[in-house]
Design a protein. Structure first.
Lengths: 381, 371, 232
C-alpha cells in the first residue's frame, strides 16, 4: 500500500474509533489491566524464585551436597561426620567447605526482624559470587548481606544483634539476589555461624554443618563430582548449585502454578480482541458492503481493521506498562520486585501477535463481503 | 424480562462470545483462589486446628515454633496465677522414610508433640505412634506403616488419619510429647530441649474469672515482656508469608474481577448497539426503559452463571487431575461460591455501562425508520 | 368482535393547534405548524404527503411517541399533551396501536409471542390475553403460523402479525406507517383490504401514513400535508 492509501486506512480506522470511544475504550482498558496483571505476576514469579533460592544460585560453590533427609532444604539437611568423611574421601572431589544455616531473630535498626545466617568456610565454597558494595568478611563477626535489605538496617556499616544472646554481626559488604527465605540474609564466616547458634540455644552441642560446598577435582566437571558423590552413599544428595536452586521444594510448584496462570491470562487477550472485532465487523457489515459497492478496495478495509487491532494492543500495552512500572519497584513483604525487561519485551511481542492474529478472523469476514449485496438491500442492515 | 430470557434461549450464538471469555476469567478466579487457599492451608493447617484461647511463645521468637522456648517455671506460673489449662506443644520438621519407597524418596513431615489435642485430632496416642495427616497418602503411607523419621531413623507407627494439619508445607504427624522429644533430640541435637521445656504452650480458659481481660493479655501481664501470647488467628498471621500471600493474591483477584466487569460492560455494550432498533420498537409499543434494562441485566446474570458453572466443573476436574504435591490447589465450595458472587456483582455493574444507551433510545426512531 | 370503548360522540383523535419545533444548532425547524385534525370513531384517515412533509411527526404526536411543542392532543377522550414519559408509555401500551414500516416484529419471538409482547410488558392478564392472541391470529389467517419466527414468514404474513399485535390491547386508534411500501401492488391491496375490514369490524379508528395515492381508495378520508402544514 502506498503512502496515500495508508493514510486512507488510518483515516477510516481512527474515525470509527473516535465515533465509538466507549467501546474501544473499554477494550483498551481490559487489555491494559490484563497486561498489568501479566507483567506484575511475571515480576512476582521471578521475585519469589529469587528471594527463596537466590542464595543457592548465586554462591560460589559449583556443587552442593545435602543429606537425603534434608529433602533439598538447607536447614533440614545435616551432614554427620561420617558423611563428611565420605565426601572428603571421594576422588572426584577437590576442595570441601562446610555450610551452616539458621534462621534467627535479630535486632536491626532498633527493630526485631527475621534473618537467615549462612556460615561458609572458604570464599570459593559458599560465599556470594559477586559483591555490589563493600568487601568480603575478613574476621569473625563480619558479614555480606543481601542488598535488597540494605535500607532496613542491613546496609554496609550496620550492626545487627542476634537475639536472645545479643551476638553482634557487622555488615561489611552487599551482594545482589542472595536471599534465602525472602528476607535479610547474612553470609558469615563459619565460626560466626556457630557462635550465633550457641548464643541462642545454650543446650546445643557443636552444631553439625547443614550442607557441604564442593569444588570438583582438577579437570573434572561439576556433573562428574555429583555423580561420583551420589554413587558413594544413599544418604548423600549431591547437586550442582543450579539444580539445587531449581529443585528446592516449592520452586517447581511456583513455576507450574504461574505457567497455568500466564496461559489463562494470555488466552483472554486474543479472545477478547478477536471476538470484539468479529462483532463490530458483523455490526457494520452494511456500511462495509456499501463502501465496497462504491469502490473501496478490500485491502483498505482489512488494513483499517488490522490498524485498529495494532493500535488497541499497543495502547492497552502502554497502559498496562504504565501501571506496572511503579508497582515493579515495590517490595512485597520481604520479596523485592524488579522491572523485568525480558518479560516486558516477550509479552509485548506475544500479545501483539496474538491480538492482531485474533483479528484476522474478522478480516476474513471483511474479505468475504460481496459488493453486489448492496443492490439487494444488504447495505441497509 | 421474559423476552430477554427468550432471546438467550433462541439466539444463544450472540451470547457465546461473552460466555467463553467469562468462563476463562471465572476459571482464573477460582484457580487463583484455590491456589491461595491451598498455599495457606499447607502453611497453617496445624496452627489453625489448635483449640486454644492463647498460644504462648518466647518474646524473641517472632512466634516461630522453631525459635521459641518456654521453661517449665513459666508454665507453672501461668497455671497457678490464672487457673487455666496448659498443654505443651512442639514441632520438628524432618524427612521420613516410607516403607516401599525408594531410599531418596522421603516424605516431608512435621512431627508434633502435643498434650491438649487440636480440633479434629484425637488425644495423644501411645509412645511411638502417631496420627498422620491424610496428605501423606499421596506419598504412599498407609495406616499401620512404620515410618523412619529423620536421619536418626526414629520409628513411628501410623495409627490413624487426620486432616488439614500441615505446617510449612509439611504433613503433620501427631505424637505424644515424649516421642516428639526423642525425635527432636536424636535428629536435631542443636535444637534439643530439656524435659519440661516446650516451644509453645496451648492455653485453655479455666473456671477462674479473669476480670474481663482476654486470655492472651492475662498471660502477658504475668511477665515482663518475656513471653508473647497470641490468639490462634494472630499466630497464623505470624507464620511467614501468610499475610503477604493473602494480600497479594487478593489484589490480583480484585483486578481480575474488574477485568470481568469491563468485559461484560464491553460485550453488552456491543449487544445493545445492535439492538437499538428493536428497543425503539419496544419502547414505542409501551415498554419502559426499566423493563428493557432489567432484561439486559437478566441476560448478564444468566451468562455469568453459565460461565461460572462451566468454570466450576473445569476447576474441579483440574483439581482431580493435578497430582497431589505438585500444585497446592485447594478447591472448596466456599471459594467457588465467592468467585461466583463476585462475578455476578461485576456483571450487574458492567451492565450499567449500557444503561445510558438504553435510556437514550427514542421510541420515535421506530417511525419513519427507512429514512 | 369488540367495539371501541369510547362513545360515538368522542372522536378517536382530536388535535388542535399542534406545533412541533426542533432546534438544530442556531436554527429552528418547524416540523408541524398549527395542525388541526379530528378523526372520528370508526374512521380510517389517509395522511398523504411527500417525504419530509411532517406526516411522520404528526403520527408520532398522535400516538404519544413524541410530545408536541404547543397545542392539545386528545386521544379517545384522554388529554395527553402534558403527559410525562411514564404516562405516555402507559398510554401507548393501552390506547394506541402501531404498525411500523420496517422493523416491526421481535426477530427471535414467534408470531404468537410477538402478539403477547405488549401484555407481558404491561397488564399481564395472562390467560385472557393468550386467548385473545389466538383469536386474532385465527382472524388474520395465521393460525397455522403462530409458532413461526418472523424469519420464516413472508412479507405479507409479517405485516399481518404486526397488525395483530397492534390490535392486541384493543386500542381506540391504530397508526399505520407506510404499511404497503415493502409490498408489491397486489399484496399491498390485500393488506389494505385486511386493514379496512379489521378496523371496521372493531369500530377502531386508524390513520394510515403514506405517500402512495392508491392507498386512499381504502380509506374513508384523505388528509394532505405539505411542509408541516395540513391542507384544509
Amino acid at each position: 500500500m502506498g503512502v496515500a492509501q495508508t493514510g486512507g486506512v488510518m483515516f477510516l480506522a481512527l474515525k470509527e474509533m473516535r465515533r465509538a470511544k466507549g467501546r474501544f475504550g473499554l477494550l483498551i482498558a481490559a487489555i491494559g489491566m490484563l497486561v498489568f496483571l501479566i507483567l506484575f505476576q511475571q515480576s512476582l514469579q521471578n521475585g519469589l524464585l529469587t528471594s527463596f533460592v537466590g542464595a543457592i544460585r548465586n554462591q560460589s560453590a559449583p556443587v552442593l551436597v545435602y543429606s537425603v533427609d534434608g529433602q533439598r532444604v538447607i536447614q533440614g539437611s545435616i551432614i554427620t561426620p561420617d558423611l563428611e568423611q565420605q565426601v572428603r574421601a571421594d576422588a572426584a572431589v577437590g576442595a570441601v567447605g562446610r555450610i551452616g544455616q539458621g534462621t534467627f531473630t535479630v535486632t536491626a535498626a532498633g527493630k526485631a526482624a527475621d534473618a537467615t545466617v549462612l556460615g561458609y568456610e572458604d570464599r570459593a565454597l559458599g560465599a556470594p559470587t559477586a559483591l555490589t558494595e563493600g568487601r568480603y568478611p575478613e574476621v569473625a563477626g563480619e558479614a555480606v548481606g543481601s542488598d535488597a535489605d540494605a535500607d532496613d538496617g542491613f546496609g554496609v556499616g550496620d550492626t545487627v544483634l542476634v537475639q536472645p544472646g545479643g551476638l553482634a554481626i557487622t555488615i561489611v559488604g552487599l551482594a545482589r539476589d542472595v536471599q534465602l527465605n525472602a528476607g535479610p540474609t547474612l553470609f558469615v564466616p563459619y565460626e560466626t555461624y556457630v557462635s550465633a547458634v550457641r548464643s541462642v540455644n545454650p543446650d546445643a552441642g557443636q552444631p553439625l554443618p547443614n550442607v557441604l560446598a564442593v569444588q570438583p577435582a582438577a579437570d573434572l566437571s561439576a556433573d562428574d563430582a555429583v555423580a561420583s558423590i551420589n554413587s558413594r552413599s544413599e544418604d548423600l544428595d549431591a547437586l550442582t548449585s543450579g539444580d539445587a536452586a531449581d529443585e528446592t521444594p516449592g520452586v517447581a510448584q511456583v513455576r507450574q502454578s504461574f505457567t497455568i496462570i500466564f496461559l489463562l491470562y494470555g488466552l483472554v487477550v486474543p479472545c477478547v480482541t478477536g471476538l470484539f472485532f468479529l462483532i463490530i465487523t458483523f455490526q457494520k457489515s452494511g456500511a462495509l458492503t456499501l463502501l465496497r459497492a462504491i469502490g473501496a478496495p478490500a485491502e483498505r478495509l482489512v488494513g483499517s481493521l488490522l490498524f485498529q487491532a495494532v493500535l488497541i494492543v499497543v495502547a492497552g500495552y502502554a497502559i498496562g506498562l504504565a501501571l506496572y512500572t511503579p508497582v515493579s519497584q515495590q517490595r512485597l513483604g520481604g520479596i523485592p520486585l524488579r522491572f523485568e525487561t525480558g518479560a516486558v519485551l516477550f509479552w509485548a511481542v506475544a500479545l501483539l501477535v496474538l491480538g492482531v492474529g485474533s483479528s484476522l478472523i474478522a478480516a476474513r469476514r471483511v474479505l468475504a463481503i460481496d459488493p453486489i449485496e448492496a443492490t439487494r438491500g444488504g447495505a441497509n442492515r | 424480562m421474559r423476552i430477554a430470557l427468550k432471546e438467550l434461549v433462541r439466539r444463544p450464538g450472540r451470547f457465546v462470545t461473552a460466555t467463553v471469555i467469562l468462563t476463562l476469567i471465572a476459571v482464573l478466579l477460582m484457580f487463583l483462589g484455590g491456589l491461595l487457599d491451598g498455599l495457606i492451608r499447607n502453611s497453617t493447617g496445624a496452627v489453625e486446628a489448635q483449640d486454644a484461647d492463647a498460644l504462648v511463645f518466647s518474646d524473641t521468637s517472632q512466634a516461630s515454633f522453631l525459635r521459641s522456648r518456654i521453661e517449665p517455671e513459666t508454665r507453672t506460673t501461668i497455671e497457678t496465677e490464672l487457673g487455666v489449662e496448659t498443654g505443651g506443644l512442639g514441632v520438628v520438621l524432618l524427612g521420613a522414610r516410607v516403607p516401599g519407597n525408594g531410599p531418596r524418596d522421603l516424605a516431608n513431615v512435621a512431627v508434633w508433640g502435643y498434650e491438649l489435642a487440636p480440633s479434629g485430632v484425637p488425644a495423644p496416642p501411645a509412645p511411638g505412634e502417631a496420627w498422620a495427616d491424610e496428605v501423606l497418602e499421596a506419598d504412599g503411607v498407609a495406616v499401620g506403616d512404620e515410618l523412619l523419621v529423620g536421619p536418626a531413623r526414629i520409628p513411628i507407627t501410623v495409627v490413624g488419619w487426620v486432616e488439614n494439619t500441615s505446617y510449612n508445607g509439611q504433613a503433620g504427624l501427631w505424637t505424644d510429647v515424649d516421642t516428639w522429644r526423642t525425635v527432636l533430640t536424636a535428629n536435631r541435637p542443636d535444637a534439643a530441649l530439656d524435659p519440661g521445656v516446650f516451644q509453645s504452650l496451648v492455653i485453655r480458659r479455666g473456671d477462674r474469672d479473669l476480670g474481663g481481660v482476654s486470655v492472651p493479655d492475662a498471660v502477658e501481664s504475668l511477665f515482663d515482656g518475656e513471653v508473647v501470647a497470641l490468639t490462634v488467628r494472630e499466630a497464623i498471621e505470624e507464620i511467614p508469608g501468610v499475610t503477604e500471600q493473602r494480600g497479594t493474591f487478593n489484589q490480583i483477584l480484585g483486578v481480575t474481577v474488574v477485568i470481568a466487569l469491563v468485559v461484560i460492560a464491553l460485550f453488552f455494550a456491543l449487544l445493545t448497539v445492535e439492538r437499538t432498533a428493536l428497543y425503539g420498537v419496544l419502547k414505542a409499543i409501551g415498554a419502559r426503559s426499566r423493563t428493557i434494562f432489567a432484561g439486559l441485566v437478566a441476560q448478564a446474570v444468566v451468562v455469568t452463571l453459565a460461565a461460572s458453572a462451566v468454570a466450576g466443573i473445569a476447576v474441579v476436574v483440574l483439581d482431580l487431575v493435578i497430582p497431589p504435591g505438585s500444585i497446592p490447589l485447594s478447591i472448596s465450595a466456599t471459594r467457588i461460591v465467592t468467585s461466583v458472587v463476585l462475578l455476578l456483582v461485576a456483571a450487574v455493574i458492567g451492565c450499567a455501562f449500557s444503561l445510558r444507551r438504553v435510556l437514550k433510545v427514542d421510541p420515535a426512531s421506530a417511525l419513519g425508520s427507512s429514512q | 368482535m369488540t367495539v371501541s370503548s369510547s362513545s360515538p360522540a368522542t372522536p378517536a383523535l382530536h388535535m388542535a393547534g399542534v406545533r412541533k419545533v426542533y432546534r438544530v444548532g442556531d436554527e429552528e425547524v418547524v416540523a408541524l405548524d398549527h395542525a388541526d385534525l379530528t378523526v372520528a370513531t370508526d374512521e380510517i384517515v389517509a395522511l398523504v404527503g411527500p417525504s419530509g412533509s411532517g406526516k411522520t411527526t404528526l403520527c408520532s404526536i398522535a400516538g404519544g411517541i413524541l410530545s408536541a411543542t404547543a397545542g392539545s392532543v386528545v386521544v379517545g377522550g384522554e388529554e395527553i399533551s402534558d403527559y410525562s414519559d411514564r404516562q405516555l408509555t402507559t398510554f401507548r401500551q393501552n390506547q394506541v396501536g402501531f404498525v411500523f414500516q420496517t422493523v416491526n416484529l421481535v426477530p427471535f419471538l414467534t408470531a404468537r409471542e410477538n402478539l403477547l409482547v405488549v401484555d407481558e410488558m404491561g397488564r399481564r392478564e395472562g390467560k385472557p390475553a393468550r386467548a385473545r392472541a389466538d383469536r386474532l391470529l385465527d382472524e388474520l389467517g395465521l393460525a397455522d403460523r403462530s409458532q413461526n419466527l418472523p424469519g420464516q414468514l413472508s412479507g405479507g404474513q409479517k405485516q399481518r402479525v404486526a397488525i395483530g399485535r397492534a390490535l392486541m390491547n384493543e386500542p381506540g386508534l391504530v397508526l399505520f406507517d407506510e404499511p404497503t411500501s415493502a409490498l408489491d401492488t397486489e399484496l399491498g391491496g390485500h393488506v389494505m383490504e385486511l386493514i379496512r375490514s379489521e378496523m371496521k369490524a372493531r369500530g377502531t379508528s386508524a390513520i394510515v401514513v403514506t405517500h402512495d395515492e392508491r392507498i386512499t381508495e381504502y380509506c374513508d378520508r384523505t388528509v394532505r400535508i405539505t411542509d408541516g402544514v395540513l391542507e384544509a
